[in-house]
Design a protein around this ligand. Sequence first.
Ligand SMILES: CC(C)(COP(=O)(O)OP(=O)(O)OC[C@H]1O[C@@H](n2cnc3c(N)ncnc32)[C@H](O)[C@@H]1OP(=O)(O)O)[C@@H](O)C(=O)NCCC(=O)NCCS
Length: 130
Amino acid sequence: MIKYKINPEISVEDFIDILNRSGLGERRPVDDKEIINGMLEYADIIIAAYNNDKTVGIARAVTDYHYCCYLSDLAVDKEYQHQGIGKALISKLKKSLHKNCKIILLSAPAATEYYPKIGFEKHNSAWILK
Ligand SMILES: CC(C)(COP(=O)(O)OP(=O)(O)OC[C@H]1O[C@@H](n2cnc3c(N)ncnc32)[C@H](O)[C@@H]1OP(=O)(O)O)[C@@H](O)C(=O)NCCC(=O)NCCS
């Protein structure tokens, strides 16, 4: 059975490992431990999914808990995808927030068909300053 923990202890190595096992590692700075460490240290909400002691999924968000929540990383181990873990991580994230708080994200190309399936609406005026 998959278990979930909110804000668990998670090492830089474990975070990099789950990013890589999901495929998201290709799109995250997994070679820069300073950034990865900062992503863990300054995130507001991290929810992790475990099969026994193995991390099989993670959601990492930055938020004020009331108005907006940026879901930066959602990653599920390839061997555990399509079992509802991604959906469960988002549902648990929602439960950690005020009911009116919006969840905002930028989809990875492989997940553009995923978010509309689980209730997200596309926004045509998202902007990034790189
Ligand atoms: C995208 C991702 C997080 C989805 O997690 P998951 O646990 O496999 O998703 P779920 O099992 O909760 O899927 C919920 C529904 O979406 C569908 N779905 C899952 N991945 C999908 C995808 N990439 N594209 C379209 N639909 C998808 C499932 O079939 C399921 O539909 P159903 O309820 O009709 O069966 C996971 O595939 C992943 O980690 N991908 C690689 C990293 C990535 O792209 N992350 C997103 C970064 S923004």
